[in-house]
Design a protein around this ligand. Structure first.
Ligand code: ADP
Length: 635
C-alpha cells in the first residue's frame, strides 16, 4: 500500500470517528425528537471502502452508541415513539452493514477478474456501442503498441486498422452473441498482425447491447513458422522427387528394436553374424512409407505400396558382408549417417548394385524417419568387371610376351639338362654292359640323371607358372626366393650379355602378402630391361637386385644396372606405349606399375649418379583392405 493510500485511510478513519461522536452527541444530548441514529448509516458507508472489518466495526459501534443514547434519554419511556425510532435506527444500520458487505465482496470479485484480465497474454479490449475503447489490458498495450492511457476513449478502428469482416461479425453477434475467427490488424508501427479473435456482445440487464469484448491471440509467429515449414517441406519434396537419384523414406525403428534385442554395443555384430535369420526378420520390420519415382524405377515397382515392406532392402551378401548388418550395427552405435554398398534384387528379380546413403532425420532419432538414398552403380560395376578382365588379359599377354623373348633361353635351359640326361644315360649303360658292371658308377649316373631331370622340370615349372592365366591370388610370398627364381629364368640371357645378377639382402625379410605370379612378372620385367640396357651400353658390370627389409611399413626391391640410363624424364617410362627399343611395345613397365599399385605398393625409376638406372618398387608389409580392393581392380 502506498503512503497516499495510508494517509487517505487515516483521514477516513478520523472523519468516521468524529462523525460517530457528533451523531452520538446529537442523539443523546439534543432535544431533537427524531431518528438521529439513522445518520450512523452514513458512517458505515464512509468506511465501507476500507474493508469488511471496518464495516463490521462501524456497524457494531453505531449500534452500541444508538442503544446507549436511547437508554440515556428514554430509560423511563420504553413504550413511547422513541422505542420505535430506536428500532428503525438499528434496522437501518443493520441493512447498511449487510449491503456494504455485499457491495464489498462484489467489488473484490470484480477487482480479481480485472487482475486476471491483466495477467492474460491475450489482448482484451472492451468497446462501447459506438466503438470507443473502454478497457484495454496490458496484453493489448504490449501487442498493439498503444498504452492504456492512449487507447481508452479513442475509436478502436482508428487505433487498429486491418482486415476485419465487419458484416459477418455483426450478423453473428446479433444471432449468437459471439464471433470467433482470424483477422488481420495493424500495430501502431504499421506491422500487420494475424490474430485469432473472439468477440462477445455485452448486454445490460434488459438485454440491450452495450458494446463488445474482443480478445485476441497473436498468430503471426505461428503462421510464419507454418509457412516456413510448408516452404521447407516443399523444398524437401522437390529435392526428394526430382533429385534424379532413388530416395526412400523409411521407418527403421521396429527393425532396430528387434536387432537391439539380440545384443548391444560390441556384442551386436557377433550376435547378428551368429544368427543371420535376424537380418531377414529385421528387414521385414523395415517400413518404406515414401519412395520417389527414381526409387520406383530402380526397384521396378509401380507404387510405394509395392515396396512398403523393407524386404526389398534385404540384399545379398557382398565381399564386405551384409549391407544390412553394416547399417544396423552402425546405427546402433549412434551413427546418424551410414554409407555402404549393396546388391539387391528388383521386384522382378534383376540384380542391382547400389551405393546406399542413410541419414537419420532430425525428427526421427528413434530411427522412425530415415532417408535412404540409393545410387545405382550396376553399370559402373559391370564396366569395372570388364576393366578387371582386360587387365588380367593384358598382364597375361605381358607375361607371354616376356616368355616369347626368353624362348631361346628357355629352350637352352631345358636342353642342357636333357643333353646331360642323355649323356649320363649312355655312360650308365656302358658301365652296366662291361664284363664286370660297375654298379657304383651306374648309381652315380642315375643320380645325375635325376638331378638334371629336376633342373629341367624346375625350368618348365617356372615357365608354366609365369604363363599361367589364373585369377590373381594373394598369399604369403618369400620375396628372396621369388627374385632367385626370376634370376634363374634369365640365367642364359644374363650369361650371353656377359654380365651377372647379384642379389643383396638388407634386414630381415618377412613373407609378403601378394600375388606371386604378378610380382614375379614385375621382377623379370625389370631384370630384362636392366639386361637390355646393360647390353646396349656395352657394359659388363653386374646387375644388382637389392631387397631391403629395414623400413617399418614396406619391403623395397630395387634393380640397379650400369646400362644406358633412361633417356629423358624417368617417370615417362611407366606411360603405356613408351618405348625406345626398335621392337619394343612399351607396355611392360605400365603393366608393372598397375600390378604394384594394386598390391598397395609403388614403383619409381631414376638415373644413377654414375652410369645406368635404378627401377625400384615397394610392397607393404601388411596388405591393407584398400590394397585388397585395388587388387580386385587389377585382377
Ligand atoms: P619396352 O621394353 O617394350 O620398351 P617397357 O615398358 O618395359 O617397354 O620399357 C619402356 C622404356 O623404358 C624402354 O623402352 C626404355 O627406354 C626405358 N627403360 C626401362 N628400363 C630401363 C633401364 N633399366 N635403363 C634404361 N632405360 C630403361
Amino acid at each position: 500500500m502506498t503512503t497516499i493510500d495510508q494517509r487517505r485511510r487515516q483521514v477516513v478513519i478520523l472523519a468516521a470517528f468524529i462523525s460517530l461522536l457528533l451523531i452520538f452527541a446529537a442523539d443523546a444530548l439534543s432535544p431533537i425528537d427524531g431518528a438521529v441514529a439513522v445518520l450512523y448509516t452514513g458512517v458505515v458507508l464512509m468506511v465501507a471502502p476500507l474493508g469488511r472489518r471496518f464495516i463490521l466495526a462501524a456497524g457494531y459501534i453505531s449500534a452500541v452508541l444508538t442503544a446507549t443514547a436511547f437508554l440515556w434519554g428514554h430509560a423511563n419511556d420504553l413504550v413511547s415513539g422513541a422505542l420505535l425510532r430506536f428500532a428503525v435506527s438499528l434496522v437501518a444500520i443493520l441493512i447498511t452493514v449487510l449491503l456494504s458487505l455485499r457491495d464489498r465482496s462484489a467489488r473484490v470479485t470484480l477487482a480479481e477478474q480485472g487482475r486476471i484480465l491483466e495477467l492474460s497474454h491475450d489482448t482484451v479490449v472492451i468497446r462501447d456501442p459506438s466503438g470507443v475503447v473502454r478497457y484495454w489490458n496490458e496484453g493489448a498495450a504490449r501487442l498493439y503498441g498503444w498504452t492504456r492511457g492512449e487507447a481508452i476513449g479513442r475509436q478502436c478502428d482508428d487505433l487498429l486498422q486491418g482486415i476485419v469482416p465487419v458484416e459477418e461479425i455483426n450478423q453473428s453477434l446479433r444471432r449468437t452473441g459471439a464471433w470467433s475467427g482470424e483477422i488481420v490488424r495493424t500495430r501502431r508501427d504499421g506491422t500487420p498482425l494475424v490474430l485469432a479473435t473472439r468477440w462477445l456482445q455485452r448486454r445490460d440487464p434488459e438485454g440491450r447491447p452495450i458494446g463488445v469484448i474482443e480478445t485476441s491471440a497473436d498468430l503471426t509467429e505461428r503462421r510464419r513458422a507454418q509457412a516456413e515449414q510448408r516452404r521447407s517441406e516443399h523444398r524437401f519434396s522437390t529435392i526428394f522427387n526430382s533429385g534424379g537419384f532413388a530416395a526412400l523414406e523409411c521407418d527403421l525403428s521396429g527393425a532396430m528394436r528387434l536387432v537391439l534385442a539380440a545384443g548391444t554395443g560390441e556384442e551386436l555384430a557377433p550376435a547378428v553374424r551368429a544368427y543371420p535369420q535376424l537380418l531377414d526378420k529385421a528387414a521385414d520390420e523395415i517400413r518404406i512409407y515414401n519412395a520417389n519415382t527414381a526409387a520406383l524405377v530402380m526397384f521396378e515397382a509401380e507404387t510405394t505400396a509395392d515396396l512398403s515392406s523393407g524386404k526389398v532392402l534385404r540384399g545379398s551378401k557382398q565381399d564386405t558382408g551384409w549391407a544390412l548388418e553394416t547399417i544396423f550395427t552402425q546405427l546402433a552405435a549412434g551413427a546418424m549417417l551410414v554409407e555402404t554398398e549393396a546388391r539387391f534384387a528388383t521386384l522382378s528379380g534383376q540384380p542391382i548394385d547400389a551405393v546406399l546413403r542413410l541419414s537419420v532425420l532430425p525428427d526421427g532419432v528413434d530411427w522412425s524417419r530415415v532417408l535412404l538414398m540409393a545410387f545405382d552403380v550396376t553399370e559402373r560395376n559391370r564396366a569395372r568387371a570388364k576393366i578387371e578382365q582386360t587387365s588380367v588379359e593384358l598382364a597375361h599377354a605381358g607375361r607371354v610376351s616376356v616368355l616369347g623373348q626368353l624362348a631361346a633361353s628357355i629352350a637352352h635351359e631345358v636342353n642342357q639338362p636333357l643333353a646331360a640326361i642323355i649323356n649320363y644315360g649312355k655312360s650308365g649303360k656302358r658301365w652296366l654292359t662291361r664284363a664286370e658292371p660297375d654298379l657304383v658308377e651306374v648309381a652315380d649316373c642315375l643320380d645325375k640323371i635325376v638331378s638334371n631331370g629336376n633342373r629341367a622340370a624346375d625350368v618348365v615349372g617356372r615357365v608354366r607358372s609365369l604363363a599361367r592365366k589364373s585369377a590373381p591370388q594373394a598369399g604369403p610370398v618369400d620375396l628372396a626366393a621369388l627374385v632367385q627364381d626370376a634370376a634363374a629364368l634369365l640365367a642364359r640371357e644374363t650369361r650371353s650379355a656377359g654380365t651377372a645378377i647379384r642379389i643383396d639382402q638388407n634386414g630381415r625379410l618377412p613373407q609378403v602378402e601378394c600375388d606371386r605370379v604378378q610380382v614375379q612378372q614385375v621382377v623379370v620385367n625389370l631384370m630384362m630391361n636392366a639386361l637390355q640396357a646393360t647390353r646396349g651400353a656395352g657394359s659388363s658390370s653386374e646387375i644388382r637386385v637389392s631387397l631391403d627389409g629395414t623400413a617399418d611399413d614396406a619391403i623395397v626391391v630395387a634393380v640397379r644396372d650400369s646400362g644406358t640410363g633412361i633417356a629423358g624424364d624417368p617417370h615417362r617410362i611407366f606411360d603405356p606405349f613408351f618405348s625406345t627399343k626398335p621392337d619394343g611395345m612399351g607396355l611392360g613397365l605400365s603393366i608393372c606399375k598397375t600390378i604394384i599399385e594394386a598390391q598397395g605398393g609403388s614403383i619409381s625409376a631414376s638415373n644413377n649418379v654414375g652410369p645406368g638406372a635404378t627401377v625400384a618398387f615397394t610392397l607393404p608389409r601388411k596388405a591393407s583392405a584398400e590394397a585388397a580392393g585395388a587388387r580386385r581392380l587389377i585382377s
